[in-house]
Design a binder for this molecule. Structure first.
Ligand code: C2E
Ligand code: CA
Ligand code: CA
Ligand code: CA
Length: 280
């Protein structure tokens, strides 16, 4: 089960070389973090072809009392190995849904469709996962179509039947699903056909060096053609330059996310960003 949360590329991540001692300390710190409410959700806008904000992805930050802001790359895989990701992920869901429903109350631009939340495989496989989400949505009176869950290809590998039945239940309440980091995991095109998916997120590794007629452009083109045929929306991650955006647009990409528009920012900053797009 330990290998589940790992993307193949993380094998080369220098993070993985952190000593057992360091990992143990982070694990202890995470325990404190949950108790002391040290987590925060930040948000990064997702933007359509006409620069309209169509949504936002929630990204976790750990506001450590002495280290300052700690990024998920430094603790998510440890939390997955220790199992703490379940409790952390539950906090993320509760916080994200609450934030979204308060934004709805305050008013969102018409173009804003949904908030995306990252779900870890271990979290998704909890027996109470579906009911927990329904309870949170009921309490917040949140319509399901406002919520998107981002999952990874690797999660589907060993748990296809269970995953797909949970997805179908959630889907019945209007919740949509994105495959995150598409193209980096143990891809199988089969599940694109057999799962109730809505969105493919092209991994940043295909975007970083993207140029017209490059090999990356060929890959992106195939991903987009496949997505179009299956009626999936394509979101490109890690868009940092106009050149990348224009190449992606020419290849038929629908939605863009990256530093070109905004880094992930605290909730209040994201809301200000949204307010610039509406007259309220
Ligand atoms: P991800 O889901 O692929 O999220 C995108 C990551 O790329 C974020 O890193 C974001 O800050 C970063 N990013 C966005 N635009 C750009 C860009 O233009 N250039 C570059 N260089 N980077 C960009 P972050 O926030 O550090 O999160 C890293 C990973 O941690 C996420 O990757 C996701 O897998 C995981 N993660 C974050 N929040 C959560 C969470 O609440 N739950 C779970 N299970 N995982 C999370
Ligand atoms: Ca994501
Ligand atoms: Ca991603
Ligand atoms: Ca990624």
């Amino acid at each position: 089960a330990k290998a589940l949360g790992r993307n193949a590329f993380q094998f080369y991540d220098p993070e993985m070389q952190s000593s057992a001692q360091e990992r143990l300390e982070i694990e202890k710190g995470l325990h404190q973090a949950i108790e002391n409410n040290e987590f925060e959700l930040w948000f990064q806008p997702q933007v359509g072809a006409g620069d309209e904000v169509i949504g936002a992805e929630a990204l976790l930050r750990w506001c450590h009392p002495s280290k300052g802001i700690v990024f998920p790359g430094d603790f998510i895989s440890i939390a997955e190995d220790s199992g703490q990701i379940v409790e952390i992920g539950n906090w993320v869901l509760a916080q994200g849904i609450q934030q979204l429903s308060s934004w709805i109350e305050q008013g969102l631009p018409e173009s804003f469709r949904r908030m995306a939340i990252n779900i870890s495989p271990l979290q998704f496989m909890q027996v109470d996962f579906v009911d927990r989400i329904f309870d949170l949505m009921d309490t917040a009176q949140l319509p399901g179509h406002m919520l998107e869950l981002e999952i990874t290809e690797n999660m589907l590998l060993n748990n296809f039947e269970i995953a797909s039945s949970k997805m179908k239940l959630l889907k019945q309440r209007g919740i949509s699903f994105a495959i995150d980091d598409f193209g980096t995991g143990y891809s199988s095109l089969k599940y694109l056909r057999n799962l109730p998916l809505d969105i493919l997120k092209i991994d940043r590794s295909f975007v970083t060096n993207l140029r017209p007629s490059s090999e990356d452009a060929a890959i992106v083109q195939v991903i987009i053609a496949t997505a179009d045929r299956l009626d999936l929306v394509v979101v490109a991650e890690g868009v940092e330059t106009y050149a990348q955006r224009d190449t992606l647009l020419a290849l038929g990409c629908h939605v863009f996310q990256g530093y070109l528009y905004s880094k992930p920012v605290p909730a209040a900053d994201l809301y200000r960003f949204l307010q610039q797009k509406i007259k309220m």
